[in-house]
Design a protein. Structure first.
Length: 287
């Protein structure tokens, strides 16, 4: 009988009780009072939730936007105007809503044997560009259906116009290459621009013409000189205009506005990451 009572005491003294998400171990030894000489150990154990009850984090949304759409507006209204009759700052490049720039293309002047001046201006507007991706660059190909070098002698009167024959640049085209990149706050921009101008200058039927009856003018030489200048001026002027700090700022603002239209948010979007795949802008975000 005493043995059975002792075993019951041991079993009851070793109690394991689940309290408030923790395990309480109460240990007494044979012959001891439960309220005295006890050792209490408390161990907290967080309850395990079933997999289906755990909160799920939604993945960010993903949107892919071609670089062309970052320009905004109607790309068929984009053009390059090479005209300098009103002044050297008249030439303009326009594509989309994101980039509008002017660059300097002065007229050409040279001295005739008579002591008077010969003036040559350029005049032409491109067709809307064709767009393409070439590697990691975005290419805009502007073709000029007509690009004219117009000459004047002495002044801009009809007689002055007739004294110097006009010539044309055939197959004139300008290629603009933009290298897309990611700017601050995951916003799309471009790292650099390069410009290539091509064309073939036609020659007049006769290279020499007489002005003031007696003085010969080598029209071919005058026009060739200006064509060589135009190639350099257009390539350098367009590149510098596009990479101008203010122009780039306008581009970045316009491109981000277009991104906001595409993802349906304005100031309430948390961007996780962004990257260019070729020339496609891929953005991950939470609306």
């Amino acid at each position: 009988m005493r043995l059975m009572l002792w075993q019951r005491t041991v079993v009851m003294s070793l109690a394991v009780v689940m309290l408030s998400g923790g395990l309480v171990f109460a240990k007494n030894f044979p012959g001891s009072n439960a309220s005295q000489g006890s050792e209490m150990v408390v161990q907290n154990v967080a309850p395990r939730l079933p997999e289906s009850s755990r909160p799920q984090v939604a993945p960010p949304k993903v949107k892919v936007i071609p670089f062309l759409r970052l320009l905004g507006g109607d790309p068929t209204k984009s053009s390059i105007a090479l005209r300098n009759f009103k002044g050297p700052d008249e030439p303009t490049i326009l594509f989309g809503e994101a980039l509008v720039a002017r660059f300097t293309l002065p007229r050409h002047s040279s001295d005739a044997a008579s002591g008077q001046k010969i003036y040559v201006h350029v005049n032409g507007v491109s067709d809307p560009p064709r767009f393409a991706t070439e590697g990691s660059e975005f290419r805009m190909h502007f073709v000029f259906p007509s690009l004219q070098l117009k000459g004047y002698y002495k002044n801009y009167s009809p007689d002055g116009d007739n004294d110097i024959p006009d010539v044309h640049i055939k197959n004139a085209a300008i290629d603009i290459y933009l290298q897309p990149s990611i700017g601050p706050q995951w916003r799309p921009t471009f790292a650099q621009a390069r410009v290539v101008f091509n064309g073939q200058l036609t020659q007049p039927e006769q290279c020499f013409t007489l002005v003031d009856v007696l003085y010969p003018v080598n029209v071919c030489s005058v026009m060739n000189d200006y064509y060589d200048q135009i190639k350099t001026l257009v390539e350098n002027g367009l590149r510098e205009a596009i990479q101008d700090r203010e122009i780039r700022y306008q581009f970045d603002l316009g491109a981000w506005s277009q991104v906001e239209r595409e993802i349906g948010g304005s100031g309430h979007v948390r961007v996780v990451s962004a990257v260019f795949r070729g020339t496609d802008f891929m953005i991950q975000f939470y609306p």
